[in-house]
Design a protein around this ligand. Structure first.
Ligand SMILES: [Zn+2]
Length: 420
């Protein structure tokens, strides 16, 4: 159907404006303060269009414009556009195997306030997890600045998640099958907003690409160690999550099928069975004695002090991690492979083994440029990924999304949105 307002490619002027508003807001959200001139250059628009777009976002309380610091150059300096982190925030939640985390994250990605609970692994009940996280979330929302608006809710979960409704389909490490996590958390929070839920390693890949060690690398592989190993693969900047969103299960990539260790999934010789926490502690002779993230760090420290058994355990992990990474590099030719979660602790002590596998088995043309790195976001990679989910609706359509959001509870005063 023809539309008299249709512009290039059949888009209406309104659609083009909405897309530009979203892109401008995304740029300052991701890159921080940018001058109007820099925005014009990045977006391929003229300065007067940038000025109009910025004015709309500023009137809505999403950005502010400031004079830049003295540049020393002649001429009128271009105003700098900065996101408003205190007035517009998202709530991010992270369900890892050993801990529950919630945070209020400002527009621009800075964690403003957080709550964290250590959680026992056994007997994990959906209602208990939701109860803790919803309590944290309500406190964090209530502590927001007067008039602040919650733009959205995002959660990271250590298992396979149905994106449409946040249903955890399979979360073996917590023993969850078909648990309505997203819906129950939304109910518990009572903020009138849905909770977007994603797989932790998928979100980790997005976070490292957006703000971490993978900025500028559109072909990125993220390996996340918790008890098991999860993965996220970005190709051309897009997540390869498959038909149902359950893809990138790199932890269940088969690396050692004939005499490999049994895996929680029922198979044998999966990557996570060979490089996970249980394998490391067992091989180091510390099963039942050490536990979790602290246990992994202790084994790495022992190996560093010359403990031969701990050293051999790390060598085993390095060999099989190397085999997994070799396959991934040959398949996807990534610019960077990122190690997060407990693999952030394990990788430095296994790097020589991983590299020697790569030297031996990766095709030279794929090997010559690939970078291996640990996360730049420390233990907040998955939480930051959840925050990006929380902001996704706002960044897709800033003004409409903001209009639809209720003011946050507690210290509510005037809405930041001007006009209407
Ligand atoms: Zn498996």
């Amino acid at each position: 159907m023809a539309d008299s307002r249709a512009g290039r490619g059949g888009r209406t002027q309104e659609e083009i404006r909405q897309r530009h508003l979203g892109e401008l807001l995304r740029r300052v959200h991701v890159e921080g303060a940018l001058s109007r001139a820099a925005l014009a250059g990045r977006m391929g628009l003229n300065r007067s269009t940038i000025m109009t777009l910025t004015a709309e976002l500023a009137a809505a309380g999403l950005v502010r414009e400031e004079k830049p610091a003295e540049t020393g150059r002649a001429g009128r300096p271009s105003l700098v556009v900065t996101p408003e982190p205190e007035r517009v925030f998202g709530l991010a939640f992270d369900v890892a195997v050993d801990r529950l985390v919630a945070a209020r994250v400002g527009l621009g990605g800075r964690i403003l306030e957080r709550r964290e609970a250590v959680r026992p692994r056994a007997g994990v009940d959906l209602d208990d997890v939701v109860g803790v996280l919803a309590g944290f979330g309500r406190e964090l929302a209530a502590a927001a600045a007067p008039g602040a608006v919650c733009a959205g809710l995002g959660a990271s979960y250590c298992g396979m998640v149905r994106r449409a409704d946040g249903m955890v389909r399979y979360g073996p490490h917590l023993g969850w099958v078909d648990q309505a996590f997203g819906a129950k958390l939304a109910d518990g929070l009572g903020l009138g907003l849905p909770v977007e839920v994603g797989n932790e390693a998928h979100l980790g890949a997005i976070a490292e690409h957006t703000r971490g060690v993978g900025v500028g690398a559109d072909d990125l592989i993220y390996l996340h160690g918790d008890v098991g190993v999860g993965g996220g693969i970005l190709v051309g900047g897009k997540l390869l999550d498959g038909d149902g969103g359950y893809g990138c299960e790199l932890g269940h990539m088969l690396v050692n099928p004939f005499d490999g260790r049994p895996c929680l999934c029922g198979s044998r010789g999966c990557l996570e069975a060979e490089v996970g926490e249980e394998a490391l502690l067992d091989l180091a002779g510390r099963s039942g004695e050490l536990f979790g993230r602290d246990g992994i760090r202790a084994v790495v420290a022992l190996a560093g002090q010359g403990d031969a058994r701990a050293g051999r355990a790390l060598d085993h992990i390095g060999d099989w991690l190397g085999v997994g990474v070799v396959n991934l590099i040959n398949l996807f030719n990534p610019a960077v492979v990122v190690f997060g979660g407990m693999l952030r602790d394990l990788y430095p002590g296994t790097a020589a083994r991983v590299r020697s596998r790569i030297d031996a088995h990766v095709l030279p043309v794929s090997r010559e440029r690939v970078r291996l790195a640990t996360t730049a976001l420390a233990d907040d990679t998955t939480l930051q990924g959840a925050a990006e989910l929380a902001f996704s609706a706002l960044l897709a359509d800033p003004l409409e999304t903001l209009t639809a959001r209720p003011p946050s509870p507690g210290r509510t005063a005037d809405r930041p949105r001007g006009g209407s």
